[in-house]
Ligand binder design. Structure first.
Ligand code: NDP
Ligand code: BG6
Length: 513
């Protein structure tokens, strides 16, 4: 099994720790990197960011001189912070190895600073602490804003004015949501740009860091057999499916203000669509790739009510267990009309994709948890074997499935002769099942993205014009849904979603995979 060492991996995609704009250090190997997790006491920091940083450290992917700072209002000593972080770390990379020693080494690099997000003074104190640890070396600083969006700008103002690096780079990772519509997103971008240059802003969409999403371009552009088929000529429809088998379960406060379209479709699924449908970029350079993605987004028709079905989960009892309705969540306002499910048909009006429906489906509290891309190919013209394929000829077309998660796989459904003397065909899979093919565990998306941000690689981060184009597609629909107070269709918790999604697909002669 060919696997990359972390160092080999680092050489891909022009990743390096050498100078990015604003860095004067000729010998950056000796430079320090301070990673400041703003909102360190929060859910995302504990669940994803610290474990990802530890995994990078474990794999020797972090620069030699790195320090992690937690910043939040909660009062904690360094020891208490380390204790909190330690509870989030696992030896998931290689379960055979006891990595307690590595954990201890990592934790000695972790420090905590308590302060308000709008306090210049507090960021000045943080700056002093960082300088102390930087020990006169060139200093690079990566702020990760893992806080609610209403305090993004306060934190960026204070961090950039009081705790920017004096001699290296300063970068800021911004978490979604990037606004709620075109207007608020533009306002956020404008405010961020008061304090930061665009190339300092790393807007994260963690789906872009998922292994199989990253692999999309490899699949298309480094295999002869896919790219020639990648157009309206051979593809009938493309489906992007996201489902979770749990509801908001007490976290409905954030969700209710956004809903599934903003939470999943406008960002995660649309990003996948753009990567899937873009033209061949001039190179693997971040700007070349992002230029192509923007072109796709700008070639798409903004969505209308007609193109969409929305749903909301209701309580359901199954096998003696009862599952709550969305509105039973205490953090959700009674009578909320926020969709927890949506299906949509999107179109790209360019010569490659004219008329091909791109169907998206995203929902919470469904019957399973998965994220996948399904590509359904056209019928074989004049198929000699139609008669042997049974009556459901639609089911007999080829289908390429890219299962992003769980149990990552890429498989192609083909028609095959059932061995024997007769001539019976069935559908079989040519299956690249990752767990069977690769022994190495797949890194978490946040590991890849943090590594890229440290290396100054922007390929997997969202540029502001991409974001604008994405909001342009969804804003009119979102406004209409809210202004007209469209009631979502009910679906039982744990079901396949509202039946309307099937009618929507049927309008385009599509069956969900
Ligand atoms: P949390 O709600 O856990 O907030 C993070 C920290 O911010 C808290 O620990 C708290 O720290 C501080 N905080 C919370 N609310 C306020 C407030 N009203 N005013 C000031 N400070 C506040 O957020 P998450 O960790 O869940 O998410 C962080 C960011 O990441 C958000 O933008 C979220 O949308 C995004 N995100 C989160 C995901 C997740 O899985 N959790 C997934 C994708 C994106 P203290 O009180 O100590 O200051
Ligand atoms: C986040 C959404 O962006 O992605 C959550 O805000 C969702 O609602 C999560 O649960 C899903 O991420 P993953 O990586 O678990 O599929």
């Amino acid at each position: 099994v060919e696997e990359d060492s972390p160092l080999q991996a680092l050489q891909y995609g022009s990743l390096s720790f050498t100078a990015s704009k604003g860095t004067k250090d000729p010998n950056e190997n000796d430079a320090t990197v301070s990673i400041i997790v703003v909102g360190a006491s929060g859910d995302l920091a504990k669940k994803k960011i610290f474990p990802a940083l530890f995994a990078l450290f474990y794999e020797d992917c972090l620069p030699e001189h790195f320090t992690v700072y937690g910043y939040a209002r909660s009062k904690m000593t360094d020891a208490e912070f380390r204790n909190m972080v330690s509870e989030t770390l696992t030896c998931r990379i290689d379960k055979r190895v006891n990595c307690v020693e590595k954990m201890d080494q990592f934790l000695t690099r972790c420090f905590y600073h308590s302060g308000q997000y709008d306090s210049m003074q507090s960021f000045v104190e943080l700056d002093k602490k960082m300088k102390h640890h930087e020990d006169g070396r060139f200093s690079n600083r990566l702020f990760y804003l893992s806080i609610p969006p209403n305090i993004f700008i306060d934190a960026v103002r204070c961090a950039s004015m009081s705790a920017s690096s004096g001699n290296g780079w300063t970068r800021v990772i911004v978490e979604k949501p990037f606004g709620r519509d075109s207007e608020s997103s533009a306002a956020l971008t404008k405010s961020l740009k008061l304090y930061l240059e665009e190339d300092q802003i790393f807007r994260i969409d963690h789906y872009l860091g998922k292994e199989l999403v990253e692999n999309l371009s490899v699949l298309r552009f480094s295999n002869l057999i896919f790219e020639p088929l990648w157009s309206r000529q051979y593809i009938r429809n493309v489906q992007m499916i996201f489902s979770e088998d749990f509801g908001t379960e007490g976290h409905g406060g954030y969700f209710d203000n956004y809903g599934i379209i903003r939470d999943i479709m406008q960002n995660h699924l649309l990003q996948i669509l753009a990567l899937f449908a873009m033209e061949t970029p001039v190179s693997l350079d971040a700007e070349d790739i992002r230029n192509e993605k923007v072109k796709v987004l700008r070639s798409m028709r903004p969505l209308t009510l007609d193109d969409v079905v929305i749903g909301q989960y209701k309580s359901h009892t199954k096998g003696g267990m009862s599952f709550p309705a969305y509105t039973d969540d205490k953090t959700v306002p009674k009578g909320s009309l926020t969709p927890t499910f949506a299906a949509a048909a999107l179109f790209i009006d360019n010569s490659r994709w004219d008329g091909v429906p791109f169907l998206m489906k995203a929902g919470k509290a469904l019957h399973n948890k998965k994220a996948e891309i399904r590509v359904q190919f056209r019928h074989v013209p004049g198929n000699l074997y139609n008669r042997n394929l049974g009556t459901d000829l639609d089911r007999a077309t080829n289908e390429l499935v890219i299962r992003v998660q769980p149990d990552e796989a890429i498989y192609l459904k083909i028609n095959n002769k059932v061995p024997g003397l007769g001539m019976r065909l069935d559908r079989s899979k040519l299956n690249l099942h990752y767990a069977a093919r690769y022994s190495k565990e797949i890194p978490d998306a946040y590991e890849r993205l943090l590594l890229d941000a440290i290396g100054g690689e922007r390929r997997l981060f969202i540029r502001s014009d991409e974001l604008d184009a994405a909001w342009t597609l969804f804003t009119p629909l979102l406004k209409e849904l809210e202004e007209k107070k469209i009631t979502p269709e009910c679906y039982p918790y744990g079901s396949r979603g509202p039946v309307g999604a099937h009618y929507l697909a049927a309008r385009y002669n599509v069956r969900w995979g």
